[in-house]
Design a protein around this ligand. Structure first.
Ligand code: NAD
Length: 497
């Protein structure tokens, strides 16, 4: 079994100490050992970042952007290698893995616009011989902590922008599938990033706590589950850091009686079962307005769920791979059991699925529940697996109330042909990202990403314009150059025009 190293100050380093196994979820076998960083290891990454910062912050933005241009090219050239690594450790299909990389590359493209996005604001002649401007300056050393479900895309939401803004970045990826994340970081160094500007340290809570507690770390970006997001937000802000912490989700799709049902079913299949439901934007609840819509939806979904092509993620032409770990598979199966006990109607049961040749893999087939009600655990909690719950309501207002009452508010969508209903939905729904006939409304890189309610702790969303604001601080400068030979008397009243 090979050991996956840290990447610190441009060097691959390992350490003896605590370590965990990284699995191939399709085979159920441990394939790598991953060292868990000690405090000293974290400190060495911080020291390297601190040392690299003065030169990097003074590197012209256009030069920083040039590194990102080369990085984009390297990512594209290595697409299949990266997708293979993602699929081997996460389990998602190769096509899905390539898709997440492409969405990650969008963020690199956005970062290529550094000279434009860092231009600042200027006002000439705000007073006699006085000009004023606002500058957006980097914070220094910043860190990111990322989840397992997008090992390429979510880190790319963070560090290209942070770095192009002039910061040095320490990334603590998920311990479940770190190989693609590490390779991508190496490609950025190959693209010409000075060593120390980006380090990758593997680890668990101890590593994260060391980053939270380090006074040199000025900001934390987190993406993961809500309890950890809340913890990192509380602990980070308590220490005066900037924190954006994106958490879990329960995303509802509303089906109106006038929806194009065939298209909605196709969209729901991908959004609920793609990546085995392990997406923070996955649709996990279909809210049907009227029994007629619900009956028709369930009738159309059942054969498609039963026909899902499930196998090792690295095989071609599949719809779904395994869940990430045996523990994740058992947890999702537990929710299915719980739903049955609570009285929901299990229309398709994916438990007990065995994939020939991969009997030890962490597989679970697609599951569908009908007649789910709001007090059930399968409705209230994030399942993060291939389970879709159908809830029946009588009106759009009732559907919206249901969504607005839910503790999460990451993504949602409505399927309808009625512009008035869609507009009302967009206006009144308390969710951060909304789709109209779009099941996974993940914003493009130049619109920021973030949920509402307990799906995000912090003020600024991830990437895009909010990302620039998060990774920079504003400095307002007021400058006067008196005209020669003029003398201005002291002014004791508060300066005004
Ligand atoms: P997780 O919260 O278990 O782990 C996320 C990161 O936090 C990992 O790097 C992990 O090592 C670290 N971590 C875990 N326990 C910790 C602790 N006690 N203290 C400090 N750090 C800790 O999440 P996950 O299982 O990797 O990812 C799935 C979750 O992420 C889901 O809830 C999903 O909805 C969420 N997610 C949210 C978004 C979003 O944009 N809102 C995007 C992707 C995933």
């Amino acid at each position: 079994m090979s050991v996956i190293p840290h990447l610190i100050n441009g060097e691959l380093v390992t350490e003896n100490g605590r370590a965990v196994d990284v699995f191939n979820p399709s085979t159920g076998q441990a394939i790598h050992k991953l060292p868990l960083a000690s405090r000293e290891t974290i400190q060495s990454a911080i020291d390297a970042a601190k040392a690299a910062f003065p030169a990097w912050r003074n590197t012209p933005p256009a030069k920083r952007a040039q590194v990102m241009f080369r990085f984009k090219q390297l990512l594209e050239q290595n697409e299949s290698r990266i997708a293979q690594l993602i699929s081997e450790e996460h389990g998602k299909t190769l096509e899905d893995a390539a898709g997440e990389l492409k969405r990650g590359i969008e963020n690199v493209e956005f970062a290529c616009a550094a000279p434009e996005i860092l231009k600042g604001e200027y006002s000439r002649n705000v007073g006699p011989n006085i000009d004023a401007w606002s500058d957006f300056q980097p914070l220094g050393v910043v860190a990111g902590i990322t989840p397992f479900n997008f090992p390429a895309m979510v880190p790319l939401w963070m560090y290209p922008l942070a770095i192009v803004c002039g910061n040095c970045f320490i990334l603590k990826p998920s311990e479940r599938d770190p190989s693609s994340t590490l390779l991508i970081a190496q490609l950025l160094l190959e693209a010409g990033l000075p060593k120390g500007v980006l380090s990758v340290v593997h680890g668990d809570k101890a590593a994260v706590d060391a980053l939270i507690e380090a006074p040199e770390v000025k900001a934390l970006s987190f993406v993961g589950s809500t309890p950890i997001a809340e913890y990192i937000y509380a602990e980070g802000t308590k220490r005066g850091k900037r924190v954006q912490a994106l958490g879990g989700a329960k995303n509802h799709a509303v089906l109106m009686p006038d929806a194009d049902l065939d298209n909605a079913v196709s969209a729901l299949m991908g959004a609920a079962y793609g990546s085995c439901g392990e997406r923070c934007m996955a649709i996990s609840v279909a809210v049907c307005v009227g029994d007629q819509v619900a009956d028709a939806l369930v009738a159309k979904l059942v054969p498609q769920i039963q026909a899902l092509k499930i196998g090792a993620g690295t095989s071609c032409g599949l719809d779904m791979g395994p869940l990430v770990t045996g523990q994740a598979r058992d947890k999702v199966s537990g929710y299915v059991e719980d739903g049955v006990k609570a009285g929901a109607k299990l229309v398709v049961d994916g438990r007990g699925l065995s994939v020939p040749g991969h009997e030890e893999g962490f597989f679970l087939g697609g599951c569908l529940f009908d007649n789910v009600t709001p007090e059930m655990r399968i409705y209230k909690e994030e399942i993060f697996g291939p389970v879709l719950c159908v809830v029946r309501v009588n009106s759009l207002e009732e559907a919206m109330q249901l969504i607005n009452d839910h503790e999460y508010g990451n993504g949602t969508c409505i399927f309808t042909r009625d512009g008035e209903a869609a507009r009302l939905f967009c206006d009144e729904i308390e969710v951060g990202m909304v789709g109209v006939n779009v099941p996974l409304p993940v914003p493009v890189a130049y619109h920021s990403f973030g949920g509402w309610k307990r799906s995000l702790f912090g003020d600024l969303h991830a990437y895009g314009p909010d990302g620039v604001r998060f990774y920079t601080r504003r400095k307002a400068i007021t400058q006067r150059w008196p005209q020669r030979a003029s003398h201005e008397a002291s002014q004791f009243a508060f300066p005004s025009l």
